[in-house]
Ligand binder design. Structure first.
Ligand code: AMP
Length: 420
């Protein structure tokens, strides 16, 4: 497999799949968080510095056909600011202008193509009326597959080399993330710097962790995290569970959880996880106390009780002090830490203390030499909100993609390049 750092792009045209799926202000269409644009800069800069030219492609949002509000145009000024040069723009990724502009691109120049999802071929999902029969659906799927290949082939024809640096969409088997790879020779495809660093961070934690290794799982539901938890039970020494999923575990063990979030159909599963952890000699840490509210509101009345004694009509929305202390101690003794999911409803100030405390404990452990990997939109938001992004070892840019990779699944965008 070619490595980007060893490749010389001089005089070469490279098409790069980036993840510029950035949030925009609803009224002004100004980019409100440019993290993903900054994430792609090392790859773009390397190609330019070598004397190559860059064609960038990305999706933004979930448009159905061409929709101006999902245009990638708002990315241009941000990109130009960071690159310190003009960026060309083709307003249709398959249009005549895209073909001409990419053909005329000179060394050092950068061209951004309009949202690839303006074409349904990118996602490869056929658009069908609800009344379609099974046979019609099958035929439409087959037809769309062919169209997707044509779509990817045309984009591939713009360049000599393909680089995938869109980690956030690596778990999708889309035209520009996977199918396109078939139209380049094996020695002309590679990952960009962002994907390489994401893979290195995840592989370090999964395959080469220093012990004790502690995973901290939070967020709303057990069902979303079950595959990750199961995979981690083979690797970790400590499993800390917090957030909404706590209460399914507590109820499964006979505790009183009031009106707290609970997945009634996952009670058995929660018991199985506890059992499996025992078998694998993994220490499971569940909260011991709970910060409860009389309604789901930042203005709610609150009380603190044992986690298995939440009063009727109350709901547990955060971990409380004893739990914070216990969890922080475990984190403090860890050498490898993986965090996914908040400890409470951290979007509300009143219930953000637990999540903030865990973020700080991870930062402190990192300072003492632990390796910490943070993933999932909400935990990343909590780290950023507390200004701790540079106090942890790695903050992942791909929520869903990271989750799937850590679950042990194969990601189409990754396997296409690795040739697995
Ligand atoms: P996830 O996307 O699964 O990581 O879940 C994140 C969401 O879980 C956030 O929006 C939190 O507000 C929510 N959450 C965390 N703790 C609780 C809780 N105790 N009760 C209800 N929701 C929670």
């Amino acid at each position: 497999m070619k490595m980007i750092q060893d490749f010389n792009f001089k005089g070469i045209k490279t098409i790069v799949r980036v993840d510029f799926n950035v949030p925009l202000d609803k009224k002004t269409f100004v980019v409100t968080d440019d993290t993903r644009i900054r994430g792609a800069l090392p790859t773009i800069n390397k190609i330019i510095k070598d004397g190559g030219s860059v064609i960038l492609m990305s999706h933004l949002g979930r448009p159905e056909g061409k929709m101006e509000k999902y245009s990638l145009k708002p990315v241009l000024p941000v990109l130009e600011k960071y690159l310190g040069q003009k960026v060309l723009f083709a307003d249709d990724c398959l249009g005549e202008s895209a073909v001409k502009m990419s053909a005329a691109l000179k060394p050092g120049e950068v061209l951004l193509l309009e949202n690839v999802r303006f074409y349904p071929e990118e996602e490869g999902k056929p658009i069908l009326p609800e009344t379609a029969t099974e046979e019609e659906k099958k035929a439409a799927k087959a037809e769309m597959k062919l169209k997707q290949k044509e779509f990817a082939k045309k984009l591939a024809s713009y360049a000599d080399v393909y680089v995938n640096d869109a980690f956030g969409t690596a778990h999708r088997a889309h035209g520009t993330t996977a199918v396109i790879v078939d139209y380049f020779p094996k020695d002309k495809i590679m990952f960009g710097f962002l994907i390489n660093s994401e893979l290195a961070a995840m592989d370090k934690v999964l395959n080469n962790p220093q012990h004790p290794f502690t995973a901290i799982m939070g967020g709303a539901k057990v069902s979303d995290k079950i595959m990750l938890i199961e995979n981690l039970l083979n690797k970790v020494d400590n499993l800390i569970i917090g957030g909404g999923m706590t209460y399914t575990f507590i109820k499964a063990q006979g505790g009183k959880i009031g009106k707290s979030l609970c997945e009634e159909d996952k009670l058995d599963l929660a018991l199985k996880i506890i059992e499996k952890a025992k078998e694998k000699k993994v220490n499971i840490y569940l909260p011991v106390d709970s910060l409860n509210a009389d309604k789901f509101d930042n203005e709610a009345n609150t009380n603190v009780t044992a986690v298995d004694a939440v009063p009727d009509e109350w709901l547990g929305l955060d971990i409380a002090d004893k739990t914070i202390k216990e969890f922080s101690e475990v984190i403090g003794k860890s050498k490898t830490i993986l965090w996914n999911g908040p400890m409470g409803v951290f979007e509300m100030e009143k219930f953000s203390k637990g999540t903030t405390a865990i973020a700080k404990a991870i930062a402190a452990a990192t300072e003492k030499g632990a390796y910490s990997l943070i993933g999932g939109g909400d935990s990343v938001a909590a780290i950023n909100k507390n200004g701790l992004a540079d106090k942890v070892s790695y903050v992942s840019t791909g929520g869903g993609a990271m989750l799937e990779y850590m679950e042990g699944k194969k990601l189409p965008g990754i396997t296409a390049i690795r040739g697995e």
